[in-house]
Design a protein around this ligand. Sequence first.
Ligand code: 7TS
Length: 415
Amino acid sequence: MSQQNLEALDVEAIREEFPILEREFDDQQVVYLDNAATTQTPDPVVDAMSDYYRRYNSNVHRGIHHLSQEASEAYEEAHDRVAEFIGASGGREEVIFTKNTTESENLLAYSWGLNELGPEDEVVLTEMEHHASLVTWQQIAMRTGASVEYIRVDEEGRLDMDHAEELITDETALVSAVHVSNTLGTVNPVSELTDLAHEHDALSFIDGAQAVPNQPVDVEEIDADFYAFSGHKMAGPTGIGVLYGKKELLEAMEPYLYGGGMIRKVTFEESTWGDLPWKFEPGTPPIAEAVGLHAAVDWLEEIGMDRIREHEQDLARYAYERLEDEGDVEIYGPEPGPDRGGLVSFNLENVHAHDLTSIMNDHTIAVRAGDHCTQPLHDKLGVPASTRASFYVYNTREEVDKLVAALDDARQLFA
Ligand code: 7TS
């Protein structure tokens, strides 16, 4: 089905499930455009978590009483539901629950990176990586002697794929790339990157923190070896993230967190590890959050990921064009199109991003200012910071109009 033929979202009905969007500060209704940082949580997700605490709160995997059985079942089913959502045919064994994308990246870095990398190995990143992967691989490289290389971002904010082909060689052990840039909005050709990695017997890790919430993602179609994302950016709760990994790779990996719940047998001398995914989930896991994530996935799928993508791309295109028409706004990242997701980072001439964002807040418009955890990319763009508007399923064109209208205040005060 072509994207244009998709039925438009009933945004008003969707907004009713988010009481937080009704909030007012200084008699102005909140305009929430900070969704790349965290999305809001719809009532069905809050209700599912509340139901857990009210009716079957209990620890998992270790009780034979009714409540623990219910909690365990819900916790395990959440893995299955997430696996289905991202096309992981191995089911729960390929879905590890972590705290967030950052922890998922660290899990891979500590479990696989520290054990497998050496001075002869290269890790290939992109210049648009979030610090979650950039800093992590820098540190692992320092400890193992491996080197880190970066695929260039071109003038238009896309990856230079010729450079990728040059960089990815037989020395490459891992290609780690962001699926959708949280600063440029670029949707990267992650299948191509994964193919390049595999041609050289390297593994691929895809940071999907900005992709899974906003578009259909099938990890097997991408053929990613590892893939990570966070619950709180996809209408789910904070405190839960996912590391997907191919079963045979996860089976071969050592855990990096040890403790209860992840073992098979323990003696005073040694221990052996339990089955996937529990081997990587020691201690009491985020149970209520897993229930919430399950509900969030149900909620998103009921709307349809294709329609969510189309709605966000429409808003991003509209925002891009309106901001461009202003004449004194510099916008980063590719022009609107199929390889651009639902966010727009920009700077207003002669106004610092923090000042602009503070003016926006005077209008109760929530946007983000800073480097968005992509400092080296901002260095490359030649600016210390940018303002970012990021959209979700409940945002409207009227909200974009309010953002653009607020620019005038900033001009008057600072320009
Ligand atoms: N990777 C990408 C691409 C991200 O955008 C983020 C968070 C992360 C990793 C880390 O996710 P976390 O859930 O572990 O924090 N990005 C942002 C942002 O753009 N503004 O606030 C958080």
